[in-house]
Design a protein around this ligand. Structure first.
Ligand SMILES: Nc1ncnc2c1ncn2[C@@H]1O[C@H](COP(=O)(O)OP(=O)(O)OP(=O)(O)O)[C@@H](O)[C@H]1O
Ligand code: SF4
Ligand SMILES: [Mg+2]
Length: 469
């Protein structure tokens, strides 16, 4: 019997004691049944569920009085709505208590997102004055859940695990690694586009780890993103002028006329014809569309641009144009760039430093010349030996390439110790037992997370240099 049936049977006597007694029976059933079920199934934080149940129990009579008053107006529309409302209300109450309370109590997260309190991890950060972004112990786990009404957590995707790094002002930091290693997730967590599971983030001298969405909003104009696919990133029904000017409109920057002028200025800056202000994205080529994406990213004069594989969807000839454009922008606007790519040959030409990622961890960090001529981590060596170079002897090239065997392990259950040990040609028993820290190795400004870094001889074998002519 629904609560509504109880209410209507006591119409007119809503303030009387018997209403409350008879109303309390189904009410108690609705709110307490999930508690009993969850307790039987071994829920280890019943306090949260009980709290939710009590809150609903307190609210329900108030709702009942409102429902009764509305019903007394006798409008035909109310009858259907009021009959349905308590039924949905009861279903919602059960779901709320079971799902939200259960998951939050057990895992510190629920389907509304992670518990931001996790972000206040006890990480001590040293922030240098020339750093635009500093992160410490940054971690992002995605919960793998099953179920619609009541979710069960099956595991966690360790997308980014305990990453600490800094990006200096005016620097281009290249982030490279194979697909699924966590590059995009790291970039999004760093800028709080998604919530970290733990760790600390300092942007432009401000610790933004625990900032609310509202606090972050003004900061968003200082962090813009260029997406990988210029075809899906642009709204096909809006003219490019409106697309490029959208961040100005969102952040309420300038009058309509000023915004228009700024958009035209930026279009010219990135090599688009300002006369094409009212054209639609389908009227542009792939390279031009990526310029539209770049124009939209720089229109608010941000401090940081996240370029998430900005050229991987483009032809090689057009890739070079867009890369040159990004370099020009960096020089002229003093931008800081986090440049993501899975191809080392792309990042090496635009980056001041390169971070190599493997399965959620930074495994090597070094300037491009150092990384490309003296890699210390075997994974960097493998990435590098996969970069095609002009050499006289193709057979020799093949024989010297480091081939990684096996698929990348699952990020749900990453290997113990060094995550690369299941595929590393140099792995030894220690590698699966002790996780190597990211520490200074080799040349200045070079850091690698490896117990047995590549030797000069191995580097020589792994890397094929172009033939000297
Ligand atoms: N919203 C999500 N929910 C669950 N898992 C996710 C989510 N987003 C990413 N992942 C997982 O996190 C891991 C890292 O994903 P991410 O997109 O960061 O990788 P990537 O290095 O950018 O890959 P790519 O080069 O293909 O873009 C992957 O295993 C991915 O499946
Ligand atoms: S720690 Fe061991 S397994 Fe990991 S990269 Fe170094 S040698 Fe290979
Ligand atoms: Mg990605």
């Amino acid at each position: 019997m629904t609560l509504w049936a109880v209410l209507t049977s006591f119409k007119g006597r809503i303030n009387r004691l018997d209403y409350w007694i008879k109303g309390a029976i189904p009410l108690g059933f609705v709110v307490l049944a999930p508690v009993v079920v969850l307790t039987i199934f071994g829920h280890d934080d019943a306090a949260l569920v009980v709290f939710g149940a009590l809150a609903l129990a307190a609210l329900w009579p108030m709702l009942a009085v409102t429902v009764k008053r509305l019903h007394d107006r006798d409008h035909p529309g109310w009858h259907l709505a009021l009959q349905l409302f308590p039924v949905f209300g009861q279903a919602f109450a059960i779901w709320l208590i079971a799902d939200v309370g259960f998951l939050k109590g057990t895992y510190g997260r629920n389907r509304f997102g992670d518990d931001p309190s996790g972000a206040f991890a006890d990480v001590v950060l040293e922030v240098s004055p020339d750093a635009l972004i500093t992160v410490g112990g940054l971690t992002k786990y995605f919960a793998l859940t099953r179920g619609v009404l009541v979710s069960h957590e099956l595991g966690q995707v360790h997308a980014v695990d305990d990453v600490s790094l800094e990006v200096k002002r005016g620097e281009t930091l290249g982030l490279v690694g194979e697909t699924g290693c966590g590059k995009s997730t790291l970039a999004r967590v760093v800028t709080r586009l998604i919530e970290p599971t733990s760790g600390r983030i300092v942007f432009d001298g401000k610790d933004i780890t625990a900032w609310s969405r509202r606090q972050l909003r003004p900061l968003r104009r200082d962090m813009q993103i260029i997406l990988q696919d210029p075809y899906s990133a642009l709204n096909p029904r809006r003219p490019v002028g409106a697309i490029i000017g959208e961040p100005l409109r969102i952040h309420k920057l300038g009058s309509k006329k000023e915004r228009r002028a700024r958009v035209r200025e930026v279009m010219e800056f990135v090599g688009l014809n300002p006369e094409h202000y009212n054209r639609f994205p389908y009227e542009f080529s792939g390279g031009q569309r990526q310029r539209i994406g770049v124009a939209r990213a720089i229109v608010t004069k941000p401090k940081l641009i996240l370029a998430d594989e900005p050229v991987s969807a483009l032809d090689v000839s057009i890739q070079a144009q867009v890369l040159n454009l990004l370099e020009d922008l960096r020089d002229e606007m003093g931008l800081t760039l986090l440049f993501i790519a899975h191809d080392l040959s792309v990042v090496r030409h635009v980056s001041d430093r390169i971070a190599v990622m493997y399965l959620g961890k930074i495994v090597e960090l070094a300037p491009p010349e150092t990384l490309c001529s003296h890699p210390k981590h075997p994974y960097s060596g493998a990435l590098l030996s996969a970069v095609p170079v002009a050499t006289a002897d193709a057979e020799e090239a093949r024989s010297r390439r480091i081939i990684l065997h096996g698929d990348p392990p699952s990020p749900v259950e990453p290997p113990s110790g060094c995550r690369f040990h299941t595929r590393c040609p140099k792995a030894q028993p220690l590698c699966s037992e002790v996780e190597p820290p990211l520490a200074a190795k080799g040349l200045p400004e070079q850091f690698a997370a490896c117990h047995f870094p590549l030797t000069e001889e191995e580097i020589e074998r792994a890397i094929l240099r172009p033939r000297e002519s």
